[in-house]
Design a protein around this ligand. Structure first.
Ligand code: ATP
Ligand code: MG
Length: 658
């Protein structure tokens, strides 16, 4: 089978819809002067220095960037504290009475923390950590539901210079102990339980199991979220302490923020594990905060009168950067929600937006596709007129899902920012600016000021416009990760070896159109090879999703004697659709018409759910394992293993595996 020697990924889908900036929005946008791009490219270091100067530093840096590829450091010699920048500096202004965090529990409970209240909690929590022996440099593992203590503990860790490592509350004991051991945490902060669709998630029991095998943990702090009446838990003497008891024992309300080097570690966070074993991504203090702060301001356009809601979990990088650090560094009001979009009903998101008059919404394509699948009647029950800006993150958004978001949620008046970035990048890298950029549905549009991506072929040469290839970064940026915790060699070999130490390899395939817009085409690991053509997953999936009967699709390549690989599609129909043979034929013809016969799926397989990571990304590698009848790869980051079992069973029963 001949493989395209240049490693080009072919882009076939054509999308011609355009959404120019809304003049009214642009007039008051945080960024509405296009010269920002020029300024950044003329003098990148001067540009980033001017952004960094918007934060409060205890001591100014000596040099902006030191780059000894692949090693980078930013703002060398500078000293600052992240919690000071997110809390203290706002308390000194009128914002002290402004809501910093508006929390809504799954059952509708509410807690609102003003900046002053958050300040007090963060200070006292920092003192509490110190009283447990946590010192600068010690790691603190966090395994909590989406409750205010989660944001508080992050800021308290940052205050004393103890890097945190948040493990998503849906993870199993094994995943938790792996992560604790990998980062060598001294203290674990957890809860007696969390709520999911009304049922209790047994976090403390999971933690107890995990802790059978974690020698570095000295103390466990337990937040009482559920209560002993509903869900009693065991407390191990000498090791476990209730959060409220530990806090009651704290004397004083002020813990001086540590003045930390810009390169002091802020946190370790494990990637989603979509393509394989998770990596412990390390972010540092100064550069990370500059990135999270600036992108929240530019892309999410946060202002003092916004009620901003990012629906991610703080267990993922999106929650770190865009629920906690970025919005709070901007002095914004950040909404934190414990529940899910379909509990108690499928209108929960829209209900929250109406009740709380949300102005900026940042969510994931997977949530948008779920709402598409459920139908518009749930949306139409609510007045969404408070919204002024919409964002998406986490996966490529299929153009049809983008249009649905625009029409049914934004009512055509809210710009949509499709933001491409990764745990490793710390902050948004490729995204339109809502007051400046003409948006194209399905494209993350253009790099942010100061970000220098390229699309290259197998040899590392830039591909001509219109062609696909590997997405890379040619220059360092402040919020980039500095290593994989404890594994510098894996850092270098995973990200900085394919094209040498100067070039960061993202692992994603992309194409640049003739106007310089970037279209993400899927992960390089998922690229199909059909009769010598290398095809990304995104375009075939988007062609399927553009059919009115389809809500979601995952495409993989399966071995085929003739073509090298044949295209297999796993399709989730919209509710009420009869998934029959006629639909299979229709979908095959539809893809053929949209992008060409080369991409026509050879096999289409209907399924009510697709296997997803706990961060809600489609895991195509496991579908490939099913299709090839292989032993499953790492499944520890799967949301619901039964989905995969079900697909496997059906796949074998229908003979699709032949
Ligand atoms: P792992 O690296 O462990 O396989 P992961 O890549 O899913 O996990 P994350 O850092 O959470 O871990 O996800 C980043 C990836 O998500 C990107 O590399 C890209 O594939 C995808 N992604 C995020 N946002 C977008 C977007 N707006 N458009 C297209 N893809 C996106
Ligand atoms: Mg990744």
């Amino acid at each position: 089978m001949s493989v395209d020697p240049t490693g080009t990924i072919e882009g076939l889908l054509v999308e011609s819809r355009r959404y120019p900036p809304n003049p009214e929005f642009a007039a008051s946008a945080n960024v509405n002067d296009p010269e920002i791009y020029q300024r950044a490219s003329d003098d990148p270091e001067g540009f980033w220095a001017s952004v960094a100067a918007e934060l409060d530093w205890d001591q100014k840096w000596d040099t902006v960037l030191e780059w000894d590829p692949p090693k980078v450091s930013w703002f060398n010699g500078g000293k600052l504290n992240v919690s000071y920048n997110c809390v203290d500096r706002h308390v000194k202004t009128w914002r002290k009475t402004k809501a910093a965090i508006i929390w809504e529990g799954e059952a509708g409970e509410e807690r609102i923390l003003t900046y002053q209240e958050l300040y007090r909690e963060v200070n006292r929590t920092a003192l509490m950590l110190k009283s447990l022996g946590v010192a600068k440099g010690d790691r603190v593992a966090v395994y909590l539901p989406m409750i205010p203590e989660l944001a508080i503990i992050l800021l308290a860790c940052a205050r004393i210079g103890a890097p945190h490592s948040v493990v998503f509350g849906g993870f199993s004991p094994d995943s938790l102990s792996d992560r604790i051991n990998d980062c060598g945490a001294k203290v674990l902060v957890t809860a007696d339980g969390g709520f999911r669709r009304g049922a209790v998630v047994a976090l403390k029991e999971n933690a107890d199991k995990a802790l059978e095998d974690t020698p570095t943990i000295e103390h466990v702090v337990v937040v009482q979220r559920v209560g002993a009446e509903k869900h009693p838990v065991e407390m191990k003497k000498g090791r476990d302490i209730w959060w409220h008891d530990a806090m009651a024992a704290v004397s004083g309300n002020y813990c001086a923020p540590e003045s930390l080097d810009a390169e002091h570690p802020l946190y370790i966070l494990y990637t989603s594990g979509t393509t394989g074993k998770p990596k412990g991504v390390l972010h540092t203090t100064g550069g990370y905060l500059v990135g999270a702060y600036a992108t929240s301001k530019w892309v999410l356009d946060l202002k003092d009168d916004d009620i901003y809601w990012c629906t991610a979990d703080i267990g993922w990088v999106t929650g770190h950067s865009y629920i906690v650090y970025g919005p709070l560094a901007n002095g914004a009001t950040s909404v934190m929600f414990e529940g899910t979009p379909d509990y108690p009903d499928r209108d929960r998101f829209w209900d929250i937006i109406e009740r709380r008059a949300i102005t900026v919404l940042y969510t994931a394509p997977t949530a948008i596709r779920a709402c598409m699948r459920w139908g518009t009647e749930h949306v139409e029950k609510h007045d969404l007129s408070s919204l002024r800006l919409l964002g998406t993150v986490g996966e490529p958004i299929n153009p049809e899902a983008w249009i649905w978001y625009n029409d049914h949620i934004g009512h055509g008046k809210c710009p949509i920012v499709d933001t491409w970035w990764q745990t490793e990048t710390g902050a948004i890298m490729i995204s339109g600016l809502p007051g400046l950029t003409t948006m194209k549905p399905g494209s993350a549009t253009v790099p942010l000021p100061g970000i220098v991506p390229d699309i290259v072929d197998e040899q590392g040469n830039s591909v001509p416009d219109g062609q696909g290839g590997y997405l890379v970064m040619r220059r360092p940026w402040p919020s980039m990760f500095r290593t994989i915790w404890g594994d510098w060699d894996r850092y270098v070999s995973t990200y900085f070896s394919k094209y040498g130490p100067n070039v960061y390899v993202t692992g994603d395939g992309a194409k640049r159109d003739d106007e310089g817009y970037i279209w993400l085409m899927g992960r390089v690991d998922d690229v199909l090879n059909v009769a010598g053509h290398r095809l990304g997953t995104m375009e075939i999936e988007s062609a399927l999703v553009s059919h009115p009967s389809v809500a979601e699709a995952a495409v993989i390549g399966v071995s085929d004697e003739l073509k090298g690989q044949a295209v297999a599609a796993f399709v989730t129909p919209r509710l009420g659709v009869d998934a029959n043979d006629a639909l299979v034929n229709e979908l095959r013809a539809h893809v053929s018409e949209k992008i060409g016969p080369i991409a026509r799926p050879d096999r289409i397989f209907f399924t009510a759910e697709l296997p997803k990571t706990r961060s809600a990304k489609i895991m195509r590698r496991l579908l490939r394992d099913v299709a090839e009848g292989r032993v499953m790869g790492d499944t520890t980051t799967l949301t619901d293993p039964t989905v995969l079992e079900e697909i496997k069973k059906q796949y074998e029963d229908t003979g699709a595996a032949e």
